[in-house]
Design a protein around this ligand. Structure first.
Ligand SMILES: Cc1cc2nc3c(=O)[nH]c(=O)nc-3n(C[C@H](O)[C@H](O)[C@H](O)COP(=O)(O)OP(=O)(O)OC[C@H]3O[C@@H](n4cnc5c(N)ncnc54)[C@H](O)[C@@H]3O)c2cc1C
Length: 446
């Protein structure tokens, strides 16, 4: 079968194994070599791709609903194949919410753990691993091991953010958050320059949620943008507003891109026009309330929007650097090289604890995510940005990556890579779990 992740690059022909029971998964793992788990394929690059075989866990639910919620201790026990959409549909009407909400709800729980996802509240709530009390993991021996921040802790931290390379996440116990309402009280701040955007994002980073859209295609006002910050509204605030934002379902996208568009759709002119339209539409918005879909998941409104980039696909480049000056330098390089990102998101991360074996992406500092259509010369430019990020002691996000060099990755993640490989060698000595990403970045044991 032909597989690609969200960026449609790279693609690979591989064998996919679906609907295997726990016993079948264990015997597959014991008898085979060279496979990787796949959830919903919402990583952008090659993290869940492999030339040999993919264990597709997105449909696997090991009990009827795939999840059980205990309201007394706010813990959700959930199978890795369940989608975040299902968690929202089941519990958000009761104002119980998944502790970390990324930019799409169409991911599996296994994928969320393997990427140790972050959301707009990283500065307050950290990454998903902070909210996980236990993971049931099937390792390379076919054995199920329970890992927690205390028990088999090296394997726990290598699994969170480990991109599926330590074993199959079968289920996990996750502490949920309680909100007072299902509506967000938001603040939208329009900024006409990069400096103003950074200053306003910093200033509003004391709100529970905060992230900024950045326009990296405007010529005169390059780096202008809009800060979206907010928190869940109190029940009193919602009573005042009525229930116009109460949604029954959290999974319905009304629009869809039916087929792959021509790769010429995004060019200098259309990208500028698209960004300007977004800027001016939001400039006129002054609604202090937002729905959960509008605030967290605006991209999910259009199914298969990745097809807008055409068959050749696109790359999402997300980095984090500790220094504001380095962020500004990179934005200047993007302008000088006319890289024209279709979409840019700026987020200021809070402190991120270090754990032995953990290769999660976030660190305290400035994170920028940008979408680039695949084009001649793009990788050379991104290699150059990698060097700036590595020199600054920053990271590029593996969940979005499909092209970084192993040596640059090593420079960025440093000692954490050696620790990760030690843990991998202990639990997967023959490197059974491997992906295109692990081969490219030399994250394989053998
Ligand atoms: C529009 C969009 C917005 C996004 N926004 C954010 C964001 O705000 N923050 C953020 O952190 N990320 C974000 N992401 C990235 C996304 O959250 C991660 O890539 C996530 O891993 C995707 O989950 P998936 O189920 O689709 O996994 P896949 O893409 O199928 O797999 C991703 C990785 O998880 C591993 N994996 C999957 N299931 C299992 C399992 N059961 N056991 C072991 N390993 C497994 C795979 O091997 C692979 O390494 C975004 C992605 C998109 C498309």
């Amino acid at each position: 079968m032909h597989f690609a992740n969200w960026g449609n690059f790279p693609t690979v022909d591989t064998l996919s194994y679906n609907q295997l029971s726990i016993a079948e998964l264990a015997s597959f793992i014991r008898d085979n070599h060279g496979f990787i788990a796949r959830g919903n394929g919402r990583s952008y690059g090659d993290a869940s791709l492999n030339q040999h075989s993919i264990l597709n866990l997105s449909k696997v639910k090991f009990n009827k609903h795939g999840m059980v919620y205990n309201s007394a201790d706010r813990e959700l026990i959930i199978n890795s194949g369940c989608a975040l959409t299902d968690v929202l549909n089941n519990y958000f009407p009761e104002h119980v919410i998944f502790p970390v909400l990324p930019g799409t709800k169409k991911i599996s729980i296994g994928g969320a753990i393997a990427a140790d996802i972050h959301g707009k509240d990283h500065h307050i709530n950290g990454t998903l691993s902070k909210h996980i009390s236990c993971i049931d993991l099937m390792t390379a021996s076919g054995e199920m091991i329970t890992v927690t921040p205390e028990k088999n802790r090296d394997l726990f931290w290598a699994t969170c953010g480990g991109q599926g390379l330590t074993g199959l996440i079968i289920s996990a116990t996750i502490k949920m958050l309680k909100t007072e309402s299902s509506v967000l009280r938001q603040r939208v701040t329009v900024c006409e320059s990069l400096d103003k955007l950074i200053a306003a994002t910093l200033e509003q980073n004391n709100s529970q949620y905060c992230a900024s859209w950045i326009d990296l295609s405007a010529t005169r006002t390059h780096g202008r943008g809009i800060v979206f910050s907010g928190r869940f509204a109190s029940s009193a605030e919602v009573m005042e507003q009525g229930n116009q934002f109460l949604e029954k379902k959290y999974c319905n996208s009304r629009l869809s891109v039916p087929c792959y568009c021509t790769s010429k759709l995004f060019n200098q002119t259309t990208v500028k026009a698209f960004n300007s339209l977004y800027y001016y539409l939001n400039k006129r918005k002054n609604n202090p309330f937002a729905s959960i879909n509008g605030f967290f998941f605006p991209l999910d409104a259009v199914n298969n929007w990745n097809r807008l980039y055409g068959h050749k696909g696109f790359v999402q480049y997300q980095f984090v650097v500790p220094q504001k000056e380095v962020l500004q330098k990179i934005v200047n390089v993007i302008k000088k090289e006319k890289l024209y990102s279709t979409l840019g998101v700026l987020k200021i991360f809070g402190k991120q604890p270090k754990h032995y074996g953990n290769i999660s992406f976030p660190m305290e500092g400035y994170s920028l995510a940008m979408d680039f259509k695949l084009s001649h010369g793009l990788f050379k430019n991104l290699d150059y940005l990698d060097e700036i990020v590595a020199d600054a002691g920053g990271h590029v996000y593996l969940a979005k990556d499909s092209r970084m060099k192993a040596s640059t990755f090593r420079r960025m993640y440093g000692k954490a890579v050696d620790e990760f490989l030690e843990v991998k060698a202990k639990y997967d000595p023959n490197g059974k779990f491997c992906s295109l990403l692990s081969k490219r970045l030399k994250l394989n044991v053998v």
